[in-house]
Every structure is written in structure tokens, then in C-alpha cells.
Ligand binder design. Structure first.
Ligand SMILES: Cc1cc2nc3c(=O)[nH]c(=O)nc-3n(C[C@H](O)[C@H](O)[C@H](O)COP(=O)(O)O)c2cc1C
Length: 333
């Protein structure tokens, strides 16, 4: 809180794919928390524009978040054919031709990262791996705090050894992609927080299922310096969450989420639907993500949540409609 000059010990989680608009990020930061822009699916140019849009709305600190790229896995033609065959009937229901793999399956991380350095947000957070020494030094030179993500104690130790400024401890209840790269403990958020606090010297940011003031207090009580909340901000007025996604979130009850690789090839938590039930042979990440993009876009346009990735954490039933400032206030009254 001190290093970032926050008034509220809450990070609005980065949520790539639309929810974390510049309006949401700026509103949270302006209200004293740390807004985070989920920039992983944005082009370098879009990241620069989003950063400028945040700055136009607030002088307060904010974070930008990217996905660390792994070497692309090998996929055989027959694996691609199987994945396409599974998605083809779903495409028929959306009046789409069968899916095809685009030539470009992810953004260029190095180019994205250069824009982040130029933008100089207060913090840069990342998932899916470790950041190289050169990149960490470049962040440090510019006074940008480096925040890695761990889903287990060993990952947290590795990040701390690399020299990050803080570690997000992501418990199993959290919405969206699992942020680690090694052993995912899928642990209770408070247990994981306690274990990570005991294992590393740097500040720990607890994430996963923190939906209200009691959750945030419990996370700080477990030794976290900040609480990172994603799902509770999905229904914020300023969020870019699409209409069918909002409808599905509002109807969700406890126990309605599941861990799935169906949409992206990487484990993520979201509301169970047709796709999570029917897709059994996804390609590895990021290929499946690229292969399902057309389906997800068409489903959003058509208002068909059964074909959408409805990322949400186990606390989804505790999310509500309000402004970002009202939601932040509820987390730290
Ligand atoms: C819709 C959605 C998208 C997410 N996208 C990202 C992302 O781009 N980068 C990231 O570091 N974490 C992402 N997360 C995970 C959050 O950082 C955080 O770990 C999680 O939201 C915490 O659990 P909660 O959803 O129960 O609050 C996402 C979460 C959700 C719900």
C-alpha cells in the first residue's frame, strides 16, 4: 500500500478479454485501490491507447498485466482435425463455417512489453511463467514494480528468487486462467497465502474468492499485503463484460463454476456451459484459444452464453451490479 500510495488494500484484478476497460481501471485507482489493465490480448498499439485512456481519467497509480509466452507446443495435424471436429457442430448452431487456426495464435510479447516500459505504469503483473533478468532490470530502472503470480509455494519461491517486488498467491477458487506454470496446488486462498507469506520475503497479494470486506480482512489477516479481486468487479458498471456474460453471471449460484481447458487449452475457472461439457480434446494453449475465438465473438454478438468463456471464481454468486467505487467501498468500508 505504501509503495503504491494506495488508500485501499485492494487490487482490481487484470482481466484480459474485455472486462478491464480503461474506465474500470481508472475508477478503481481513482477510488484508492489499484486498477489493473488486462492487456494480454491487446496489440501493442491497443495497449498504448488503453494506457493513455487510463491516464486521461486519473493520475493515480495503476497496473498493466501480460501473459509470459512459453515456446509454442508441437501439435499434429490429426490433433488439429480432432479439435476442429469437436467445435464444428457448435459452429453450425451459430451459423459459422468450421473453425480454422489463424497463422498468428498470440500477440508478440516482446513488442507488448516494450509498450508497457514506455507507458511506465506503477506496477507490471504477469502470469504463466517467470520474467527474464533483462526484463526485470528494465522494470526496475523505470520504477515499475514487478508482480509475478504463483499457484503454489514452489512457484512463489522461484519468483522471489528472480527478484520480483511482490507475488500474487492465486488460490483454487479464483476465476479465469490458473496463473502459474508449475505445480498448481489449487489450494484454499487463505492457506496458500499463509504458506507463501512464510516462504518468501516479498509482499504477498492474495487472490481467489475474495468477494467482500470479510474476505479482504481474512486475506490481510493471513499475512497478505493486498487482496486481488477479479470476479467481484465483473458486474461493475465500468467493466467491459458483455451483456450475455453479465446475464449468466447474475443467474449463477454457488457451485456453478468448473475448471476447464475447453476454451483456451489452459486450465481456467468459469461457469459450466455447453462448451465446458462437450469439448474434450482441446489443443494446447495458445492454439485452442485462437481456434475458439471466432465462436466466442459470434456467441457474444448473438447473445448465446452457452458458447462463451464465462470466466468466474467460486464466489460468483456474491458479485453484484454497482459502480466500481461502490464495489471497492464494499471491500474496504
Ligand atoms: C474474467 C477473468 C479474467 C482474468 N484474466 C486475467 C488476466 O488477464 N491476467 C491475470 O493475471 N489474471 C487474470 N484473472 C485472474 C485474476 O487475476 C485473479 O487471480 C482472480 O480473479 C481472483 O479470483 P476471483 O475471481 O475469485 O476474485 C482473470 C480472472 C477473471 C475472473
Amino acid at each position: 500500500m505504501k509503495r503504491l500510495g494506495l488508500r485501499v488494500p485492494v487490487v482490481q484484478a487484470p482481466m484480459a478479454g474485455g472486462p478491464t476497460t480503461p474506465e474500470l481501471v481508472a475508477a478503481v485507482s481513482e477510488a484508492g485501490g489499484l486498477g489493473s489493465l488486462g492487456a494480454a490480448y491487446l496489440t501493442p498499439r491497443q495497449i498504448a491507447a488503453a494506457g493513455t485512456a487510463v491516464r486521461a481519467r486519473t493520475n493515480r497509480p495503476f497496473a498493466v498485466n501480460l501473459f509470459i509466452p512459453e515456446p509454442l507446443p508441437d501439435v499434429s495435424e490429426s490433433e488439429v482435425e480432432a479439435a476442429v471436429a469437436e467445435l464444428a457442430p457448435l459452429h453450425v448452431e451459430l451459423d459459422l463455417p468450421p473453425p480454422t487456426l489463424p497463422g498468428r495464435v498470440r500477440e508478440d510479447f516482446a513488442a507488448q512489453f516494450r509498450v508497457v516500459l514506455d507507458l511506465r505504469p506503477a506496477a507490471f503483473s504477469f502470469v504463466f511463467g517467470r520474467l527474464g533478468a533483462v526484463e526485470l532490470a528494465a522494470l526496475r530502472e523505470r520504477g515499475i514494480l514487478a508482480v509475478g503470480t504463483a499457484t503454489g509455494v514452489e512457484e512463489a519461491r522461484a519468483l522471489a528468487a528472480d527478484g520480483v517486488d511482490a507475488v500474487v498467491a492465486q488460490g483454487g477458487a479464483g476465476g479465469g486462467h490458473r496463473g502459474g506454470w508449475g505445480h498448481d496446488e489449487l489450494a484454499d486462498t487463505l492457506s496458500l497465502t499463509r504458506a507463501v507469506v512464510g516462504a518468501v520475503q516479498v509482499p504477498v497479494i492474495a487472490a481467489g474468492g475474495l468477494m467482500d470486506a470479510a474476505g479482504v480482512r481474512a486475506a490481510l489477516g493471513a499475512g497478505a499485503s493486498l487482496a486481488q479481486c477479479g470476479t467481484v468487479f465483473l458486474r461493475a458498471a465500468e467493466a467491459g463484460t458483455s451483456a450475455p456474460y453479465r446475464t449468466a453471471l447474475a443467474a449463477a449460484g454457488p457451485g456453478d463454476t468448473t475448471l476447464t481447458r475447453a476454451f483456451s487449452g489452459r486450465a481456467a475457472r468459469g461457469l459450466a456451459n455447453r462448451v465446458t461439457a462437450e469439448v474434450e480434446r482441446p489443443l494446447p494453449y495458445p492454439f485452442q484459444n485462437a481456434l475458439t475465438r471466432e465462436m466466442r465473438s459470434a456467441a457474444t454478438r448473438a447473445g448465446r452464453p452457452e458458447f462463451l468463456s464465462l470466466w468466474a471464481g467460486e464466489g460468483v454468486h456474491l458479485a453484484w451490479d454497482g459502480t466500481a467505487a461502490e464495489i471497492l467501498e464494499s471491500l474496504w468500508p
